[in-house]
Design a protein around this ligand. Structure first.
Ligand SMILES: [Zn+2]
Length: 289
C-alpha cells in the first residue's frame, strides 16, 4: 500500500500537521504502507516556494521521514511529486474528461453563484452554464457530476453517505485564472502515484465523495480512506489562526525540542493525558497503533 503526506506551500507546519504526521506514519507502520511526500502547490497564486525547504527540514527534525517523493535532499528540484511541475499532466487528464463530455466552461462569478444563498456554508452551483458551450480557456472549468449518493466505508468512522450534487453541485477543476483546484490535482496525483490509502483530517470529510466521483470517472481504483480527529483549541474548536500561526519553525527557534512538540500535539488532541515530551517513534507506538 502507498499513503501520502502532502503539505501545501501556504504556510509553515504547525501542531495540527504534527498530529496529522503521527497518524500518517502510525497507520503506515500498522498497515505496512509506504509514505510518499508530495508538495501541494497547485494554486500558484497562494503557494510560496520558500516554505518548502522549511517544511521538509522540520519534518525530518521531528522524526518523520518519507519513503518516496520529495525530501530534504530533493527540496526545490523539479519533481513529479510537486504539483507546480506537473501542469501538463493535469491538462492531459482534463482532456480525457473533455473527450467524454464531462466538463464545461462556466462564466459565473462567485457573487452570481452566491445569489440568494446564505453567506455561511458551502456554495452550491446550480449548473446554469452546463449547456452554454462556453470555452474552457479563461472560464472556470466544471465537472459534470452525477446526481447520485456516494457511499464509502471510512476506516475510522465507518459508513459515510454524501451527495455532492446537493452539497456543491458541479465543482470546479480549474479556475478562470488557470489554477488547478485541490480536489482535481490531488486525485490526479493519487492515481498517478498509486496511492491506495488516504489519511485526512475530519475537517475535510464532507468533501471526500467528490474525490471518489473523480476516481470512478477516470476508471481508477478508489483508495481506502481514514479520517482522523483534529487538535482543538481550549474552547473545543479547531485551532484559531493565532494558534496556527505558532509555527514549528518559530517554536523550534525559541528552543522547543521535537519531543516537546510531539507531546503537545498529543495532549492538545486529547490522545495523551499530559504534554510529556515523547519521540515520534514512541508516540506512534503508544498512542496511534
Ligand atoms: Zn456558470
Amino acid at each position: 500500500m502507498i499513503t501520502r503526506f502532502a503539505p501545501s506551500l501556504t504556510g509553515y507546519l504547525h501542531l495540527g500537521h504534527v498530529l496529522h504526521m503521527l497518524y500518517v506514519w502510525g497507520i503506515a507502520r500498522k498497515t505496512g504502507a509506504k509514505i510518499l511526500c508530495r508538495i501541494e502547490d497547485h494554486d500558484l497564486s497562494r503557494a510560496r516556494p520558500e516554505y518548502e525547504t522549511a517544511i521538509l527540514e522540520n519534518m525530518e527534525w521531528l522524526g518523520f521521514e518519507p519513503n518516496l517523493g520529495i525530501s530534504v535532499k530533493s527540496a526545490r528540484k523539479p519533481s513529479e511529486f510537486r504539483q507546480s511541475d506537473n501542469a501538463g499532466y493535469y491538462e492531459s487528464v482534463l482532456q480525457t474528461l473533455h473527450k467524454k463530455g464531462l466538463i464545461y466552461g462556466c462564466e459565473c462569478s462567485r457573487k452570481q453563484i452566491l445569489g440568494n444563498q446564505a453567506e455561511e456554508g458551502e456554495l452550491c452551483y446550480s449548473g446554469i452554464c452546463a449547456d452554454k458551450g462556453l470555452p474552457l480557456a479563461s472560464n472556470t472549468v466544471r465537472f459534470r457530476i452525477p446526481q447520485e449518493e456516494v457511499v464509502f466505508a471510512d476506516l475510522k468512522l465507518g459508513e459515510q453517505h454524501q451527495i455532492p450534487a446537493s452539497q456543491c453541485g458541479d465543482f470546479s477543476l480549474r479556475d478562470r485564472n488557470g489554477q488547478w483546484t485541490y480536489q482535481f490535482a490531488c486525485v490526479c496525483d493519487d492515481i498517478r502515484h498509486g496511492v491506495d490509502l488516504v489519511i485526512r483530517g475530519e475537517d475535510i470529510l464532507f468533501s471526500t465523495a467528490r474525490q471518489i466521483l473523480l476516481f470512478q470517472t477516470l476508471g481508477a481504483p478508489i483508495p481506502a480512506y481514514f479520517h482522523h480527529p483534529l487538535i482543538c483549541g481550549s474552547d473545543g474548536k479547531k485551532l484559531s489562526k493565532r494558534q496556527r500561526s505558532e509555527s514549528i519553525s518559530l517554536l523550534r527557534e525559541n528552543g522547543a525540542t521535537a519531543a516537546q512538540l510531539i507531546g503537545q500535539a498529543l495532549f492538545q488532541s486529547a490522545l495523551a493525558p499530559n504534554p510529556s515530551p515523547v519521540s515520534a517513534a514512541e508516540a506512534i507506538e503508544k498512542y496511534i497503533i
